[in-house]
Write a protein that binds this ligand. Structure first.
Ligand code: SF4
Length: 383
């Protein structure tokens, strides 16, 4: 009887999606119900994905920069952080940061993704300065940097408002913001996994201010630890609400929890089926966010490929120097060549399209791939 009710509710969801109607909290709970067959859920998410993006799948050429792993916080899901005196702890010098910029430039990267720990001995100027130096030396590389966790820390260090901090970082070269630090917004879970760092109120305040200043940002959700389905649905609806208000989110990235080397190492990593369900539910619930990303570093290459038929339209970048998930046991390669990235997408029947951080076409010089120009915005229908 209950199974029949779920099946009827799913039929109703299908009708709503096909009619372009928005799904509600109860719909979200049903989509997470394991009695809804994953394949049917995936087909519905794929229908929406193809309406928005046709057959293309996006990627970019990017690198990661994690300038320090020293962090005042001890989030229970984090394998990356270190204490100052721990042999694992590191803090990059200006020269090391600039060398990373040079490597990115040499490899034709259009983006640097910059996040890290909150180092109690480093002043705000150190964080700001690296944006300024990288922008001066490599002005064509877009700097996607700092989460609300860091911005909240900068607010504390400088006594400036969030808006003033963001404006100051923008003047130093900040191009957009990544989606990290969101984890799970609901306090029942957040208080158990990262009780000290920026709460959901701060997370939304920072993104709202960033959007008001004209910055675009991404958003994420860390799933597969202590949360239940209703926490995930609550999380998605809070993101959808801010997007209704500002329209500033570009991409949603569901992040699978990797337990290795964390305080929650007793938990099992989410399965590929759970990964695909999260991507598909996100595509269906977040009707106002253009892109859903299958982050291959975290999902593994094969799951990310399948995800391109379960709601995802973006597979992230070639990525160099990813540390956060590799510290937590990710076994994916540390980076992919451009050709490998294109081949992986093409193998799924999708058409690979290179984008920049702001979802504009990138045109490469065929005789030297390190040279590129920015083209028109990529087309998205229905957002
Ligand atoms: S997730 Fe970020 S804030 Fe939390 S401990 Fe790790 S580095 Fe620090």
């Amino acid at each position: 009887m209950i199974a029949e009710k779920v099946a009827d509710h799913f039929k109703n969801i299908r009708r709503k999606v096909e009619a372009g109607q928005r799904l509600d909290f109860e719909d979200g709970l049903v989509l997470y119900d394991p009695r809804v067959p994953l394949q049917e859920l995936g087909e519905l998410a794929n229908h929406v994905r193809e309406q928005k993006h046709g057959n293309v799948a996006y990627y970019n050429i990017n690198t990661h920069l994690n300038p320090t792993n020293v962090c005042i916080y001890r989030c229970r899901f984090c394998a990356f952080r270190s204490d100052l005196r721990d042999p694992k702890g590191y803090t990059m010098s200006d020269e090391q940061v600039l060398a990373r910029g040079a490597e990115a430039f040499e490899n034709g990267c259009t983006e640097m993704h910059i996040v890290g720990g909150l180092h109690h001995k480093q002043p705000y100027e150190w964080y700001r300065g690296m944006l300024e130096q990288l922008t001066a030396a490599y002005p064509t590389i877009h700097l996607k940097a700092w989460t609300p966790v860091e911005v909240g820390w900068f607010e504390f260090l400088t006594k400036m408002s969030v808006r003033e901090v963001l404006d100051d970082l923008r003047q130093a070269g900040l191009g957009s913001m990544p989606g990290g630090g969101a984890e799970i917004f609901h306090s029942e879970v957040r208080d158990q996994i990262c009780e000290h760092k920026a709460d959901s109120h701060k997370w939304f305040e920072v993104h709202r201010e960033a959007h008001r200043l004209g910055l675009r940002s991404n958003c994420t959700m860390l799933y597969g630890h202590l949360e239940e389905a209703f926490h995930r649905v609550d999380h998605l609806l809070r993101l959808r609400e801010l997007q209704d208000e500002t329209g500033g989110f570009q991409t949603f990235i569901p992040l699978a929890f990797h337990p290795e080397n964390t305080e929650l190492a007793n938990l099992k990593k989410p399965t590929a089926l759970a990964d695909l369900r999260n991507l598909a539910v996100a595509r269906l619930m977040l009707d106002n966010i253009s892109h859903i990303k299958a982050y291959w570093i975290m999902l593994g290459i094969e799951t990310a490929q399948v995800a391109l038929h379960y709601g995802a339209d973006d597979i992230d970048g070639t990525v160099r120097h990813e540390l956060i998930y590799h510290d937590a046991g990710a076994t994916t390669p540390e980076f992919l060549t451009v050709q490998r990235m294109r081949d992986l997408i093409a193998e799924t029947g999708r058409e690979p399209v290179e984008r920049d951080t702001l979802y504009r076409h990138i045109h490469r010089d065929p005789s030297d791939y390190r040279k590129w120009t920015v083209g028109a915005p990529t087309a998205t229908v229905g957002t």
